[in-house]
Write a protein that binds this ligand. Structure first.
Ligand code: GAL
Ligand code: ZN
Length: 663
């Protein structure tokens, strides 16, 4: 199974914006695309004002010529619906389609994505365009994939206008039915907020001080759903007019505004835009994590890197280049973690506009460049990896990750605002990554039966269904590690009474009567397996009710009290252990849960296996600046060189090996 039936290979290509260039450049483009091993181009993402220069007047001739040219050259199109950046005429005719910020400021045209997700005028205009696009091209031989809109919510994820208020009310009516139920869920007895009429309900606009957190939480849900509605609107049109052509849109890693668990089911496959900062050493782990998320969102199915940078980007304060080998290594990292395609933003670096200093596959200086050589090199290599297409990874460990809990956790007025979900997720992810233990991300209500170990870096908000799911997982023999400040509220952001973490008190055999968040810079120490490790950020006052202490605080007011405890295979971690302590704890959990790493490898070597249909492919990536030796666990064929490999494999600095296990 391939992502795109028309292309039975690893997909390779990028965003192509030919409208920025005269047509003789197009001919050079397609020649060079073939030279670079490209097979798929994302076209039309920002073409709305050219395709529909005035309302209802369409100019398709240029796009016809372009798609024909791609087809004549054996290239395929990931055809965008072009709805991500409305033309200036929409704002002029329908100024109410422009988004309003929390403070009531209007966002004007002249950039991109200047539309209110709830705007009727925008929706009507976008739907009209998508119909015409689908009508025109559904039978075009170059069409391989539909690219709906672009990075939903990237710049404008919420709008606070009156139309959005009305839309929010409709959404709330569907959720709660009666106003009483809403008053109850929002706890409006507090601060005299009781609503007597639906019309009184507004988006959480700028207010004198803390806003109602349950309202804010529902607003997050609504904003994610409002954007999803846009996607579904377009999808519906495409399915009707252009059946059989796969449909996707590009996600943005761990993007807070969109609950991708709710979105993923509506895409034929997930696609992602990884842009880790090449100058940040943690970027490698960040990229691994978002790849694991993309794979997990669709239960392990292959996914697509829709955009990455060939070299530097233009939008950071300092845009450092990717060093030689870094782009290739990142590309393989995604493939190792389930990507069946590598695409870039963008094919040819622009000469005008806000992104002219963003790298392209084809730099301003042309083909006599290292970037071009690396791009063409990766293209040639990926063409040798047909055997990888469709294979999967089956981790034994899952990290629970839930958008609703994320939103609720990071609303104001908590015991400590140093507690942020992505920090906690990274803190837990790193020690697994370092020992090459593959992990999935999982929804707390998802099927956990295939995992041996489940970790909840933080699950502040927990539904009854999720609490039961975790209990069932432990009862079925799984090992669970729940970190501090989990199980605190229900889906309305109301405290779960009865001693924290109330829904897990019995499972864990303990209660937390008090939180002891740390002052800035305050650290303590815990004793774990006879060693002392620093702990940061947060400590819990834990009372054991059947659990046994695994680690205890070594100093301060909580000295001698438990810091980590276990009740059979249900573990509770009541503080943030500094990395060395986390490492020791994860080592212990992995051992107790009988989890096996992909392969034993020296530090800085990433190893991931993809399997399926009798094939097993081991990816080895050297993220260090020196050569490394890895002891192979069997006989392999190197898919990039064709050489047979067994015993010790030497991997150059920043090099990769893609090894198929010999039958
Ligand atoms: C993405 C976007 C592209 C381009 C790119 C630059 O967020 O989808 O259109 O702007 O960033 O890095
Ligand atoms: Zn609006």
């Amino acid at each position: 199974m391939t992502l795109v039936p028309k292309i039975p290979h690893i997909l390779y290509g990028g965003d192509y914006n030919p409208e920025q260039w005269p047509e003789d450049v197009w001919r050079e483009d397609v020649r060079l695309m073939r030279e670079a091993g490209v097979n798929l181009l994302t076209v039309g993402v920002f073409s709305w004002s050219l395709i529909e220069p005035e309302p209802g007047r369409y100019e398709f001739a240029w796009l016809d010529r372009l798609l024909d040219l791609l087809h004549e050259n054996g290239l395929f199109a990931d055809l965008a619906t072009a709805t991500a950046s409305p033309p200036p005429w929409l704002a002029r005719r329908n100024p109410e389609s422009l988004p309003l910020t929390r403070d009531g400021a209007r966002l004007w045209p002249g950039s991109r994505q200047h539309y209110c997700p709830s705007s009727r005028a925008y929706r009507e205009a976008a739907a009209g365009l998508v119909e015409r696009m689908a009508d025109r091209y559904h039978e075009h031989p170059a069409l391989a994939l539909w690219h709906v809109n672009n990075e939903y919510g990237c710049h404008v994820s919420a709008c606070y206008c009156d139309r959005s208020a009305e839309h929010f009310r409709e959404w709330l009516q569907a959720r709660y039915g009666a106003l009483d139920a809403l008053n109850d869920a929002w706890g409006t007895a507090f601060w005299s907020q009781r609503y007597g009429d639906w019309e009184e309900i507004l988006p959480p606009r700028a207010a004198p001080t803390l806003r109602n957190p349950s309202q804010e939480l529902d607003w997050h849900r609504f904003c994610s759903d409002a954007l999803l509605e846009l996607f579904q609107m377009e999808r519906g049109i495409l399915e009707r007019i252009s059946p059989g052509v796969p449909i996707t849109t590009n996600f943005m890693r761990f993007f807070k505004p969109c609950d991708y668990w709710r979105w993923a089911g509506h895409l034929d496959f997930t696609a992602d835009d990884p842009y880790p900062d090449p100058g940040d050493p943690a970027g490698v782990i960040e990229r691994a994590g978002s790849a694991d998320l993309m794979r997990s969102l669709k239960s392990g199915a292959p996914w697509l890197v829709m955009e990455q940078a060939a070299n530097a980007v233009n939008w950071r304060q300092r845009n450092v280049p990717k060093h030689p080998g870094q782009m290739r290594l990142g590309s393989y990292q995604s493939v190792a973690r389930g990507a069946d395609g590598i695409m870039y933003f963008q094919w040819r670096a622009s000469k005008a506009g806000a992104e002219k200093f963003h790298s392209g596959m084809l730099p301003h200086a042309g083909t006599a460049t290292r970037t071009w050589r690396e791009v063409a090199g990766v293209g040639a290599e990926l063409a040798r990896l047909d055997e990888v297409v469709g294979t999967r990874t089956s981790p034994e460990v899952a990290l629970l990750f839930d958008w609703e809990s994320w939103w609720a956790l990071e609303l104001p007025s908590k015991p400590s605002h140093d507690l942020q979900l992505l920090d906690q997720a990274a803190h837990w992810y790193v020690p697994f990554w370092q020992r090459n233990v593959a992990v999935d991300f999982a929804h707390p209500e998802g099927d956990l039966s295939r995992y041996r170990l489940v970790v909840a870096p933080n699950l502040y908000l927990v539904t009854d269904a999720a609490a039961e799911n975790l209990e069932r997982f432990v009862a079925g023999g799984g090992t669970l590690a729940l970190a501090f400040f989990s199980g605190i509220v229900d889906e309305r952001d109301h405290i779960r009474l009865g001693g924290y973490p109330a829904p897990f008190r019995k499972l864990l055999g303990l209660v937390v009567p008090e939180f002891w968040p740390h002052a800035e810079g305050e650290t303590h120490e815990v004793t774990l397996d006879g060693e002392r490790y620093p702990c940061e950020l947060w400590s819990d006052w834990i009372e054991l009710e059947g659990a046994e202490a695994v680690a205890t605080f070594a100093d301060g007011w909580l000295a001698e009290r438990p810091a980590v405890a276990r009740n059979g295979s249900a573990w509770y971690v009541g503080t943030q252990l500094a990395p060395a302590g986390m490492d020791a704890l994860v080592e212990r959990l992995v051992r107790e849960a009988n989890v096996t790493p992909t392969i034993e490898a020296p530090p800085g070597i990433e190893a991931v296996r993809r399997e399926g249909d009798g094939r097993s492919v081991l990816f080895l990536l050297n993220h260090t600046p020196s050569a490394a030796e890895i002891a192979l666990d069997g006989d392999y064929v190197d898919l990039l060189t064709g050489d047979e490999r067994s015993g010790a494999l030497s991997l150059d600095a920043f090099d990769v090996a893609v090894l198929r296990a010999s039958a």
